[in-house]
Design a protein around this ligand. Structure first.
Ligand code: SF4
Length: 334
């Protein structure tokens, strides 16, 4: 099912003259790690170290790899160009071309007018055939290119749906190919257009309007709960592509100007237990935008996004709500 592109990877390792290389990959690929390591050792003559810590995205490069390896290969994610991970890090997209021919006809009645096509990096190679299929079924298919955090046309990240920008006002609905609901949920909230998901792994088709309403109700509840908060703790990730320290200082200034107190805390892995010692009425996450949404119920106090802080302070209206995003311009490393 997976294309690990070992010819390219071994050429790159040998071209670097690396004697040791580290492999990093998301949970879903880790069961292949030992086999990949051995195969690459054989091909390159180098020694391989496997990284077991979680890896959530290209934003999450193991920054200590130089302690034990000459180079790092991260499988499963596209580079984030604006992050500039450095010359000794290689991102290897792992493409999955899956058969969705039985799902496309089920998506058809849910789509309207011109259709914006979006996906994650695993499935970008499927875009041309989906475009062709849409057009042969009477729809205009539109594919946009995101900002400098994005490599491929039509590609979105959980933190960046800028590929939608060029399609605004042109797409009447969106078709997202991929698993999970977070990426298409951002699109549904940002565009207020129907978003249909074709999930190749689950072999499922779903529409997101109900989820959109449920999450918006939950976020509205978080904002209301935080509106009386006096003490805020602003959380900053140490992960290289999620680090928005400059934004944290701006938020602190904004909160203080509006009569609240705020402390800035940095941490690598976000977990409610890590925050127990700290005195706060509400938390603000400047890290991966998924954390505040996906993990919200695990935190005993409201966990807000930066956009939501603006609403709490009356600096933005609820009508202008959107999920948090990390743009190419502010790609971590602040
Ligand atoms: S910040 Fe979150 S959504 Fe963005 S690349 Fe990293 S893990 Fe993915």
């Amino acid at each position: 099912m997976y294309d690990f592109r070992l010819d390219e990877v071994s050429r790159w390792i040998m071209g670097k003259g690396a004697r040791t290389f580290a492999l990093q990959m998301p949970e879903g690929l880790k069961s292949h790690a030992q086999e990949l390591g051995r195969e690459l050792e054989e091909r390159t003559g180098g020694k391989c170290v496997l990284i077991a810590d979680p890896c959530y995205g290209a934003c999450d490069v193991d920054q200590s790899f130089t302690d034990y390896a000459d180079v790092l290969v991260q499988f499963g994610h596209a580079d984030i160009p604006s992050m500039q991970a450095g010359p000794d890090v290689l991102f290897v997209e792992v493409f999955m071309d899956m058969d969705i021919s039985s799902l496309l006809p089920r998506a058809l009645p849910l789509l309207k007018g011109s259709v914006g096509v979006l996906t994650t990096v695993q499935h970008v190679r499927m875009i041309p055939s989906v475009v062709k299929w849409l057009e042969s079924n009477g729809h205009t298919a539109l594919v946009g290119k995101g900002d400098s955090r994005i490599v491929f046309e039509g590609q979105v990240l959980g933190c960046n749906i800028s590929a939608v920008e060029p399609l605004k006002g042109r797409a009447d609905s969106f078709l997202y190919i991929g698993s999970g609901d977070f990426h298409p949920l951002s699109v549904a909230i940002e565009t207020d257009r129907p978003v249909v998901v074709i999930d190749p792994l689950m072999q499922e088709v779903r529409e997101l309007s109900e989820l959109r309403e449920r999450i918006l109700r939950q976020r509205h509840g978080a904002i209301v709960r935080a509106s009386e908060a006096k003490r805020f703790v602003i959380l900053v990730s140490t992960k290289v592509g999620q680090r928005r320290l400059g934004m944290a200082w701006d938020l602190r200034r904004m909160l203080e100007e509006n009569g609240r107190s705020a402390d800035v805390i940095v941490l690598e892995e976000f977990h409610p237990d890590r925050l127990l010692p700290f005195d706060a009425d509400a938390f603000v996450s400047t890290a991966c935008p998924r954390i505040a949404i996906d993990d919200y119920l695990r935190y005993p106090k409201p966990l807000l996004t930066p956009v939501e802080v603006e609403i709490v302070l009356g600096l933005r209206s609820w009508d202008d709500y959107r999920l948090d995003s990390i743009t190419g311009e502010a790609s971590g490393q602040e």
